[in-house]
Design a protein around this ligand. Sequence first.
Ligand code: MN
Ligand code: MN
Length: 305
Amino acid sequence: MKSVRIPDRKQIVGRAKGAFVGLAIGDALGATTEFMTPQEIKLQYGVHKQIIGKGWLYLKAGQVTDDTQMSICIGRAIRDSQGWNLTAVADEFANWVKGRPIDVGSTCARGIRNYILYQTLEAPPSRWSAGNGALMRMLPVALYTLGNEESLDQYVVEQAHLTHNNPLSDTACIFFGRLLHEAMMGGQLGPLLMQTKGFVNEHPDFCYDPYPGKSSAFVVDTVQTVFHFLFSTDNFEDCLIGTVNQGGDADTTGALAGMLAGALYGVEGIPKRWLKRLDSRVYSEVDALAEYLVDHSPALLSLKN
Ligand code: MN
Ligand code: MN
């Protein structure tokens, strides 16, 4: 077994909270500019940098969407099952859909409907399922599998295949998990960039330099956008502002940039004005789930004992 240098618990928890709170912040901030072009954003907002809600979903300031809600579903399923339980994840998704959420992606809706009707836990493989819907919700798996890459790879793909069964989506989910693990264990921007360069060499589809400038819900466009802004900035705020002003699937690119930048810079790197604006019930739930999940990561628990 590879020897693991464990940073102290406080640092891991701070980065885990940064990731989950950062995801919610990116979702709330980016929802305003979802489906807009950079030119439209510039005309309407100059630079969009406050959490004000609105957008095509007419959100309240600080309200989050499916990206955060589905992530919370996975976090709750792990907590309430006291371990990985794919059926519990599917049940959480089913309950969430039955509660008529403000937004559900079409591929997610189809997969969840097939679970409700036929108890299907794996969507059929499809080249049309290369959206970012499985990637946007995988953070709780990375938190709970901290210290164990095999469990990460298995669980992250299992949760993905509930709705999205596509190799590009799988590849992105696994690699985002690796980056999150690295960052939560104290990784810095430079080493994460080196790791990402290696990943892009192996998977040239995801090459983001030069940045193609597309930020759609296609998982390749999404990942390129997130990497471009993560690696061309050196703090949470600039990373998020750049990302959401690119428009397109801005709540999801925002959520993913927020999750990685939050894991990298910690919760203390998130601007206070954004923390104050985030829906307080969402804030307290993601904050508590982040701490719970890393505290109960089986690999970290076994290292401590
Ligand atoms: Mn959304
Ligand atoms: Mn979206």
